[in-house]
Design a protein around this ligand. Structure first.
Ligand code: PAF
Length: 276
């Protein structure tokens, strides 16, 4: 695997390929990231991953400084997963001057859910992803469905700017008990780790209710919120939304259940597409 830290080196190397397939990450890699790399491999003539902890997408009180940086094991894992190129710029390389020119994604899609609880998050994500796209110039980019709203936001940005990139969604990878793999799972204590699966169980109970024909969405959401709250969680939201635009459903459109909740000091998110 070739590792590049600067843009000229990266561009010089990638110049010989026509269809880079790209997986952007913030490092601290787990099997979820590696499955995205494996999914990317047949989609291009070179597989590129990036590791960059993007300050722009963290709020001041969030975990930018303590976000786990696990460089050596990340490199080993990427190499074993068959990644060809790793782009790992430092902050001075990606943001040589204050990044005052930013991408402001569609507010209907990004002021809600994650964007409501983490204001500015999607501006930070879209700005860095746009910049990484101009560095790598991928033909295909793979993002995990675990960050459902992020995937939809990137798809919308790519469409609106007519970027010549296919955005592909990768299925969420789960631990044996059903907990969605996430870099932030590493923050959980042993007891919290055992409890953490309840978030996906709450989403599952919402999906079950829909499949059983319950149409009182507000009541289903309230029950799921109560279920987690009673167990000591602090949920931000547990909602049923239209899959097309994450707005409140009006009829029988395909749905997705989305949830974000804090367990102790760790904030977890998850989602489940519901077929009915
Ligand atoms: O999903 C992530 O890890 C990040 O939001 C991303 C897409 C790499 C941008 O920093």
């Amino acid at each position: 695997m070739h590792i590049f830290r600067t843009l000229p080196e990266l561009r010089e190397h990638l110049g010989r390929f026509h269809r880079p397939a790209f997986v952007p990450t913030m490092g601290n890699l787990h099997d979820g990231h590696l499955s995205l790399v494996q999914q990317a491999r047949p989609l291009g003539d070179v597989t590129v991953a990036s590791i960059f902890v993007n300050r722009l997408q963290f709020l001041p009180h969030e975990d930018f400084d303590t976000y786990p940086r696990t460089w050596a094991s990340d490199c080993e894992k990427l190499e074993a997963a068959g990644c060809d190129v790793l782009f790992a710029p430092d902050e001075k390389t990606l943001y040589p001057e204050p990044q005052t020119c930013k991408v402001h994604p569609d507010s209907a899609l990004t002021d809600i859910l994650e964007g409501h609880f983490r204001p500015g998050f999607f501006i930070g994500v879209c700005t860095v992803v746009m910049k990484l796209f101009t560095c790598v110039q991928p033909r295909t980019a793979v993002f995990g469905k675990k960050d459902y709203q992020q995937l939809m936001t990137i798809r919308h940005m790519v469409r609106q700017f007519a970027l010549p990139i296919d955005v592909v969604g990768g299925e969420t990878q789960r631990a044996e008990d059903g907990l969605a793999l996430s870099s932030r799972n590493g923050y959980l204590s042993e007891a919290e780790r055992a409890e953490a699966v309840q978030l996906s169980k709450a989403l599952q109970s919402m999906a079950d209710a829909i499949r059983e024909g319950d149409r009182d969405l507000a009541a289903i959401e309230a029950r799921a919120m109560q279920m987690l709250t009673q167990r000591g969680w602090q949920p931000d939201y547990l909602v049923l939304r239209r899959r097309t635009d994450l707005q409140a459903p009006e009829g029988t459109e395909p749905l997705v259940a989305l949830g974000a909740a804090r367990l102790g000091t760790t904030r977890l998110i998850d989602n489940l597409e519901i077929d009915r």
